[in-house]
Design a protein around this ligand. Structure first.
Ligand code: GLA
Length: 454
């Protein structure tokens, strides 16, 4: 049975059966991880001779760390800087240990980790449970314990473990085994897995119970690319499969729809707001992959939107669901704090997938959305900051949603007796009462909503 000894197998199996392996017990990632990850923007550019400012090198990560600190990202929660593929040398060292490319990481990995720690940041690394990483660098297969120990000694705080060049059927054993070795080092390391993605891709049904008990986050869908089409495919996957994947998310264990591409080449301003809003609804890790040195201010503002980040980081950790979808209009809702008398507050995203040249009007009541708390909800638009006042469940209101854009509102339960304007008689302008005018008005009229969150 090769590198996997019978004894290790027994230990891991016992640990899995006793529920003592993994993410849930490592106490980490109580809210979705936030930070910066190299892959989507910088890929496997190793040409530091001709392209020194964009190649995968220690200086790239140091520069990003400096900006994350200097420009306020860290204070907002983006506290991880992580390597992705292509940091490694082609061979292990004489003792069989992983080593970085010596030309691109001349100071070594411990120094890079130290650089992050001195700035109040965490340091992430990338590896692969296979013979090779996806880009062909040495994988961890056959070296699991050595590599876990190496990462701990280097001061790694976060490990992304990919799954190229390994067989998906081996992953049910391999991912828990490496998680076991990570935990055994005693150093807390967030464990990011690609396990379900490779299994789904090869038509296997992932064992999410085991995945939740092993990983802090996991990819379940294809790599994000720099396009709105790619973002929409991910949104569709999450919506179409929500009954099986949403219940798996919670403090310490998250679905990972992949990196934020906001500020790159492929998304418009509206589409960027849509990605940020949807990743907040998904309780997704917020892993920026953008050149922070050159990002335009309006895109930076999206990434730094405190109110949207607060939805993403809501302590309940309940992932949102798609509650309406018709003719290119979608409504998504995520239960959030505060909770009062058993009633959740909600973040609600109105997403317009249409390509009309004009915004679409969506008109609903909160009750149609499943928000039935009798004292109503204080509603705030999280991108433009407009506060709509307190709205009772049967009050009809409308939002105008730009093509490929989103309106994201926070609906906070109004505590009865708080004097918060309950039962306000004159609705604010944005919540005009009016009969349905187009097919998007009253989207629930033919589609009665059941409160999906029970
Ligand atoms: C896979 C992963 C990506 C990235 C690349 C690196 O495709 O899903 O996120 O890590 O490998 O090669």
């Amino acid at each position: 049975m090769g590198a996997w000894s019978v004894w290790t197998l027994v230990v891991v199996l016992v640990a899995v059966l006793c529920g003592s392996v993994g993410g849930l017990e490592n106490g980490l990632a109580r809210t979705p991880p936030m930070g910066w990850l190299a892959w989507q923007r910088f890929r496997c550019n190793t040409d530091c001779v001709n392209d020194p400012h964009h190649c995968i090198s220690e200086s790239l990560f140091m520069e990003m760390a400096d900006i994350i600190v200097r420009e306020g990202y860290r204070e907002l929660g983006y506290d991880l800087v992580s390597l992705d593929d292509c940091w490694l040398a082609r061979e292990r060292d004489a003792r069989g240990r992983l080593q970085p490319d010596p030309h691109r990481f001349p100071s070594g990995i411990p120094a890079l980790a130290d650089y992050m720690h001195k700035r109040g940041l965490k340091f992430g690394i990338y590896e692969d449970y296979g013979n090779f990483t996806c880009a062909g660098y040495p994988g961890i297969l056959g070296h699991l314990q050595t590599d876990a120990i190496t990462f701990a000694e280097w001061g790694v705080d976060y490990v992304k473990l990919d799954g190229c060049y390994s067989h998906p059927t081996d992953m049910d054993r391999g991912y828990p085994e490496f998680g076991y070795f990570l935990n055994k080092t005693g150093r807390p390391m967030v464990y990011s897995c690609s396990w379900p993605f490779y299994q789904i891709f090869s038509k296997m049904e992932p064992n999410y119970t085991a995945i939740i008990n092993t990983c802090n986050l996991w990819r379940n869908f294809d790599d994000i690319q720099d396009s709105w089409e790619s973002v929409q495919r991910i949104i569709d996957y999450y919506g179409d499969n929500q009954e099986s994947i949403v219940p798996n998310a919670g403090p310490g264990h998250w679905n990972d729809p992949d990196m934020l591409i906001i500020g790159n080449f492929g998304l418009s301003y509206e589409q960027s707001k849509s990605q940020m809003a949807m990743w907040a609804i998904f309780a997704a890790p917020l892993l920026m992959s953008v050149d922070l040195r050159t990002i335009r201010p309006e895109y930076k503002a999206i990434l730094q939107n405190k109110a949207v980040i607060a939805v993403n980081q809501d302590p309940l950790g309940i992932q949102g669901k798609r509650i309406y979808k018709d003719k290119g209009i979608e409504i998504w809702a995520r239960p959030i704090t505060p909770v009062f008398q058993g009633h959740y507050s909600y973040a609600v995203a109105f997403l317009n997938r249409r390509t009309d040249g004009t915004p679409s009007e969506v008109s609903v009541t909160l009750r149609e959305l499943g928000l039935a708390y009798p004292s109503g909800y204080g509603i705030t638009d999280l991108f433009d900051g407009v506060h709509y006042g307190n709205v009772l469940p049967d009050k009809r209101f409308k939002v105008d949603v730009n093509p490929s854009g989103v309106v994201l509102v926070r609906c906070a339960v109004v505590k009865s007796g708080s004097g918060g304007g309950v039962g306000r008689r004159v609705p604010p302008a944005h919540f005009r009462q009016h009969p349905p005018q187009s097919s998007f008005n009253n989207p629930f009229q033919n589609n009665l909503f059941n409160n999906q969150f029970g």
